[in-house]
Design a protein around this ligand. Sequence first.
Ligand code: ADP
Length: 459
Amino acid sequence: MTEYSERIPAHQHEEENQLHDLQLDAVQVITTSVQDDLEARTRLVDLIVAVSDALIWKGTLPAILQRCCEALVETLGVAFARIWTLNEQEQMLYLQGSAGLYTHLDGSHSRVPMGHFKIGLIATERLPHLTNAVIGDPRVSDQEWAKREGMVSFAGYPLLIEGRMMGVMAVFARHPLSSMTLDTMRAAAKAIALGIDHKQIEQEREHLLLTTQQAREQAEDALAARNAFLSSVTHDLKTPLTSIKGNAQMLQMRVQRGALSSPEDIARLQQGLTTIETSVNKMRTMIDDLLDLAQLQAGQKLTFDTGEENFVALVQRVVQEQQATTTRHQLVFKTSISELLVSIDATRLERVLGNLLNNAIKYSPVGGEVTISLSQEQRETSNWAVLELQDQGIGIPAEDLPHIFEPFRRADNSKGKIQGTGIGLTSAAQIIEQHAGTVTVKSEEGVGTLFTIRLPSRL
Ligand code: ADP
């Protein structure tokens, strides 16, 4: 058997070896690039998954956008990522999420006006701004900062949905961003824009639901207050009417019986007539209050019959009238002034004081002292009559106190226990204010209440 061997020249061997090495290198390069490509694609898939997760998460909009920024930083390895949303009315972009190198939401970039800086320009132009050469880019204004931080690339995308501007998403990176990365970021921007839109619609719906619910509750409260008011008014008008009717019938019977000769008969007759007069006054006060309230509720000012009055005498008169309605309370009028001239509608002021004193009595069911103090106060160039009405009654609970001058408002400790309509204080406040004066209240539940009226007076 002959052995066949071919002699291969030495230089040919070398070439083959080189070719083999080249092939190996090529395979390695291809493998590495395939591996890199695969890694890059995996990162991009990770980004889309993380952004989708953030968008379906049930958090607030800023919390969702913060998660999106974190996803951009973690999956793309960018230096930092930020998302702004647009406030249409203000034409202002508000920073809602920031992750990576900067995580604060305040500072110079927290509010970017439309058309200003690179972010505002992206929003007005509705075009992305992409660069792998941050140094030298005219839109990156702080070049010193970019050099110092080693920034290489910037990618900013408008967040658009069906042509509507929702905001801007932007990243800075210390490495170039491949076209594949940019494509994925564009897709992420679309998803984020959709997420913002969805969240804003959801928030609007929730807000609408809440306001509808609040409006319904307010309407129900107003209806309940009106019903309570109507039944109180009916009751308050019926009570003096019943008293008038009863006394009138009794007087009639006495007249028919001719029982009008003895001094006792005369006294009883007078007593009956006084009761009728008091009841008529009560009804007149209530009707006048109602008429004033109707006028005020219609947005009209009250028409005053103003004249110069001695306020001391007026207060004294009302105190005496109110004292005549109670034996369990002592009304103590304290003043060192004999004359204090005020320019007022006397009938209305009498009604206001009558209401306040009547309240002091009514809301002190166990009796006690009611102090009425009148003094004068000088403030710079103006002079004031200061009237304080202090009782020792049930007081007004702290939660009702700020609302006590509102129409139909009644405190919790008097509603359903002591008869009332909740209109006296409203018209009192309006009348005093229309006299250029003020009325304030201080009260402690179970201790008592102090009303202070200030009216402009003559020196
Ligand atoms: P009314 O007394 O007819 O209910 P007002 O407008 O005069 O209406 O008063 C409103 C509410 O303020 C009263 O229902 C009561 O709850 C509270 N209030 C007013 N004055 C006093 C007072 N002196 N002491 C305690 N509560 C008072």
